[in-house]
Each structure stands twice: as C-alpha cells, then as structure tokens.
Design a protein around this ligand. Structure first.
Ligand SMILES: C[S@@+](CC[C@H](N)C(=O)[O-])C[C@H]1O[C@@H](n2cnc3c(N)ncnc32)[C@H](O)[C@@H]1O
Length: 277
C-alpha cells in the first residue's frame, strides 16, 4: 500500500479518521518535530524573536509552539495549519491557557497564506516543508508575508549522512505522507534562491532517547493529560480496530530502517533574513 490516504477506519468510533500520518496525528491531538523544545528555543533565538515581534508559525500542528512563543516572549502570534482538526486542537489549547488575546489560529495552506505582503517579523516552520512538493513556490509565499528585515526560520529533517539507503528513503516517504527530506545544501539553496541574506544553518544529530526527552520537555503541565489520552486512544484502536492493526503491521519498520534512521537523518535549523531594500 503506497498511499494510505483513502483507507478509512470503518470499524472505528470515529469513522472520518483516515489511516494516514496526518489524520492519525489529528486524531491523537499531538504533532512533533525533531529536537523538540530544545530546537524550538534555538530557532526562536536565531530569528531574533522578542516581545515586540509579530510571529507566524506555519504548519503549527496541535498549537504547542505558537502558545509557547506567546507565553515565553509575550508577543503576538498567528498559527496556521492546513488541517481543520489540528486547528481545533490548537484553539482548545490556547483557550485553556487563557492566551486567546495573543495567539490566533487559522486553517490555511502554506502555499496560499491569507495575509497581506510584509506582515510578519518572523515566519517559523517546524517540520512542515518536507511535506510540500513545490518547495520553491512555498518559499516565495513565506518571503511575501515577511517584513523587510524580518526572518524566515525552518527546523526541517535533514540527511546528515549521504546518500541515505534507498529503503529508508522509501519507508519514510511511504509512511510520512510523501515526506521528501533534503540535505543541508538542499535547504540552504531554497533560502538563497528566494533572495534571503545572512543565511545561518545549524545541523544537529539526534538519538532516539534524546528525541523522546526533547519531545517530553515540550509539553506544558496541561498537555500531559492530553498526551496520556492520546496513548490510550492508540492502544484502544490497536485492541478494537482491525483496519488500524493491519495499518500498523503495514508500516512497521524493518530492522535496517531502525538501524539506519538516526545515523542518516537529523535535523537542521535554517534561518535567513529578508534583506531591507
Ligand atoms: C510533522 S507536523 C509538525 C507540526 C508542528 N509544526 C510541530 O512541530 O509539532 C506537520 C504539520 O504540517 C501541516 N501541513 C502539511 N502541509 C501543509 C500545508 N501545505 N500548509 C499548512 N500546513 C501544512 C500538517 O497538517 C501538520 O500539522
């Protein structure tokens, strides 16, 4: 099965949930990026986020980073995601944190952002652009909504050792909604081509334990309960849902994928400045 997108869990309590990477994340209410909170902090510093900045977080998933930015820096933030379900989770979280006056969430496609030119001081994307086929097109869109002097910052999965084994590339592409990861120079090239200056790349290796620890650190005290619930939903599906069991079996990684994953795949932080003309 190369594309899982159209297979629905007909025996599931929630019949609208499809067996795909993003649909299931929307069902659990959790999303992630490599390096967790540690990487988010580094990226925000590299983008010079401070209290008086207006920040856009693209592909914000379940809303954890936009809420963190508003809490930590006290600035105004907008989070957008193409998934209605993710934005529902984000809105629920921001309400619970009482931060609705600082953080706004909208359903929007990164490739057609519903904002005027030169609106934001910083445009942040964490693990989003690997999923977008037209990477040059989306760069133009980020550039358009960034103010002159503002920053565009990515945290994206990156091949830190090349060439990656074919079975690993194929496995990740198949199980992660067509994800296409680049090398550091591939990501940097996108920044150069759109005309950004002062490009700062930082590539990082990770381990399975380090990734788990950094993801856990990212959860606020009020998120822990949701996190536990998401695991309980997972086990419930595993026990009760036949289609989900076959899907899990179908996407189970081979030993060689497990062995090679963190040897070849890390993440990169890439920041560029829209040069004031
Ligand atoms: C791996 S998740 C990362 C989410 C979040 N940034 C985080 O770090 O937890 C990728 C997110 O990008 C969103 N996404 C994918 N394509 C998108 C697009 N074209 N426009 C906006 N969001 C998109 C998905 O819905 C998903 O929430």
């Amino acid at each position: 099965m190369d594309k899982n997108e159209d297979v629905k869990m007909t025996s599931s309590p929630d019949k609208e949930v499809k067996l795909s990477y993003f649909d299931l994340q929307g069902y659990w209410g959790f999303t992630k990026h490599m390096g967790g909170l540690n990487a988010t902090n580094k990226l925000l510093k590299m983008c010079y986020v401070t209290k008086d900045r207006y920040v856009l977080v693209v592909g914000c998933g379940a809303g954890i980073t936009p809420i963190y930015i508003a809490k930590e820096y006290g600035c105004k933030v907008v989070g957008v995601d193409i998934s209605q379900k993710m934005i529902e989770w984000s809105k629920k979280r921001v309400k619970r944190e009482n931060l609705e006056s600082n953080v706004d969430f909208k359903v929007a496609d990164a490739q057609k952002l519903p904002f005027n030119d030169e609106t934001f001081d910083a445009v942040i994307c964490e693990s989003v652009n690997a999923f977008i086929e037209d990477k040059s097109g989306v760069m133009n869109e980020y550039y358009r909504v960034t103010k002159p002097g503002g920053y565009i910052g990515f945290n994206e999965c990156t091949w830190i050792k090349t060439p990656p084994p074919k079975d690993l590339v194929h496995y990740l592409n198949r199980t992660m909604s067509g994800a296409n990861f680049l090398t550091p120079s591939g990501w940097i090239e996108l920044f150069k081509n759109v005309g950004l200056g002062q490009i700062t790349p930082k590539t990082c290796e990770i381990t399975a334990f380090g990734q788990w620890r950094d993801e856990m650190n990212q959860l606020g005290s009020k998120d822990i309960n949701d996190f536990m619930k998401s695991w309980s939903k997972f086990f419930d599906l595993l026990i009760k849902n036949r289609e989900f069991r076959s899907y899990t079996k179908e996407i189970w990684p081979s030993m060689s994928v497990v062995r090679n994953l963190f040897n070849y795949l890390g993440y990169g932080l890439y920041v560029g400045q829209k040069v004031d003309k």
